[in-house]
Ligand binder design. Structure first.
Ligand SMILES: [Zn+2]
Ligand SMILES: [Zn+2]
Ligand SMILES: [Zn+2]
Ligand SMILES: [Zn+2]
Ligand SMILES: [Zn+2]
Ligand SMILES: [Zn+2]
Length: 420
């Protein structure tokens, strides 16, 4: 066998082969030659082994680091592009949440407007490109069942149930502003911004967009918004179209109500009064002026009874110069209530001691109006007055209860005796 110089381990001194035959392959040629050269060769071979071991350990540690960094799946070569399925090499792809996407897909495909992941197939919703993963996570419209990015949460005031409307359904079926007619939506929040207003006469609810609620006047009678372009009354009050139609302005109309109320109330209470006060029709400004002039604080907003009380004799009182003021421009049922209420005060001032509590004085007048409204069937007016939270409401409820327990006789006994 020949000793080939080319087979000599790398780095070993390239000594010429002393004996070209008789050495088994692999023993090396360095054995021939001087001992020093041989020793040098052995030392350098040991260094090489150490280097190889260190290199191996280094590579091993790198591999370990990769395993930690890219996950077990990558170490096993199983990471694939979420979009195209191509196997991925470390450092060459994008991660969205836990979804890897290759550079090519990232560069060439359009991205979902919600999750921003590049995807091949989309649905278009509310003008946005949506991937199917995001699509199936979207909430659905309560009306048409379609999924939508933007839903309007609207609470139905009659059922109390909140429904979600998509952009199409809110226009077709959602609540519309009772003033401008536009669907009630807003761009600033996820729920339609609207204002619920209760019609004080009918107790029905209406909805308005925020803009109309802020800019339009309120009807002085029913509390609903007044359509733009309607002019105020002489005293500055605004009345909506409906209330303008039913409002009573004419003196003769209101005098007719008074003429109906006076005998009916006297009949209920069982006695006539000596001086039936004259009736004056006033607007809101005049009513306030009269109340100011007479220093009266017990007047309500719709009418006013006033007199000077002179001597009392045998539980009979003598009011001097009594008057009734009624605010015009209110609906018939409200004017009827006010007229009966003020005449109740007139009857009271001749028959009952003055300076009783406001709850007795106003409660009695309210009860007189209530009795008349019952005869006329003005049930909504009754409900409205019974619900009042002020002394007009509490006084009325007290006298209705007194009558329920002891009849009209108990009512009269209560107002004629000082205090109850
Ligand atoms: Zn890809
Ligand atoms: Zn998406
Ligand atoms: Zn819908
Ligand atoms: Zn509106
Ligand atoms: Zn109105
Ligand atoms: Zn009163």
């Amino acid at each position: 066998m020949r000793c080939w110089e080319g087979m000599v381990p790398v780095g070993v001194n390239k000594l010429p082969c002393a004996k070209s035959a008789g050495y088994p392959f692999g023993q090396g040629c360095f054995a021939a030659g001087d001992p020093a050269a041989r020793l040098r060769g052995i030392r350098s071979q040991n260094n090489r082994k150490l280097f190889t071991i260190l290199l191996f350990l280094f590579v091993l540690s790198l591999a370990f680091q990769f395993t930690l960094f890219d996950g077990i799946a990558f170490a096993q070569g199983k990471v694939k592009c979420y979009v195209c399925g191509k196997e991925l090499q470390p450092g060459t792809y994008w991660i969205f949440g836990n979804k890897p996407v290759c550079q090519q897909c990232y560069n060439t495909l359009p991205k979902c407007d919600i999750c921003k992941i590049p995807v091949k197939n989309f649905v278009y919703i509310d003008g946005k490109r949506v991937c199917y993963d995001c699509y199936y996570r979207l909430p659905a419209c309560s009306i048409c069942g379609r999924r939508a990015i933007q839903l309007w949460a609207i609470k139905d005031s009659s059922t109390g149930i909140t429904k979600s409307y998509c952009n199409d359904c809110i226009v077709k079926y959602g609540p519309h502003c009772a003033a401008c007619g536009k669907p009630i939506v807003s761009s600033s929040s996820s729920s339609g911004d609207y204002v619920e207003v209760t019609n004080e006469l009918t107790l029905e609810k209406k909805y308005y967009c925020e803009n109309c609620y802020k800019t339009l006047k309120k009807c002085a009678v029913c509390g609903l918004l007044v359509r733009a372009g309607i002019r105020p009354l002489s005293d500055g009050r605004y009345l909506c179209e409906d209330c303008l139609k039913t409002a009573v302005f004419d003196y003769n109309d209101i005098k007719a109500i008074y003429d109906e109320v006076v005998p009916a109330v006297q009949n209920i209470l069982g006695s006539k009064i000596e001086v039936v006060p004259p009736l004056y029709l006033v607007d809101q400004k005049q009513l306030k002026d009269v109340q100011k002039e007479t220093d009266s604080f017990s007047a309500n907003e719709l009418g006013f009874y006033w007199s000077r009380i002179y001597a009392s004799d045998n539980n009979k009182y003598a009011p001097v110069d009594p008057r009734i003021y009624i605010l015009f421009g209110e609906p018939r049922s409200t004017i009827f209530w006010s007229v009966a209420h003020e005449f109740g005060h007139a009857w009271y001032s001749e028959n009952c001691p003055p300076a009783q509590s406001k709850e007795i004085v106003e409660g009695f007048a309210q009860w007189v109006a209530y009795k008349m409204a019952l005869i006329k069937g003005y049930n909504i007016e009754i409900t409205r007055q019974m619900k009042r939270s002020d002394v007009y409401g509490s006084g009325l409820r007290k006298f209705v209860e007194i009558e329920r327990r002891g009849g009209v006789r108990a009512v009269l006994k209560n107002v004629k005796a000082a205090g109850y």
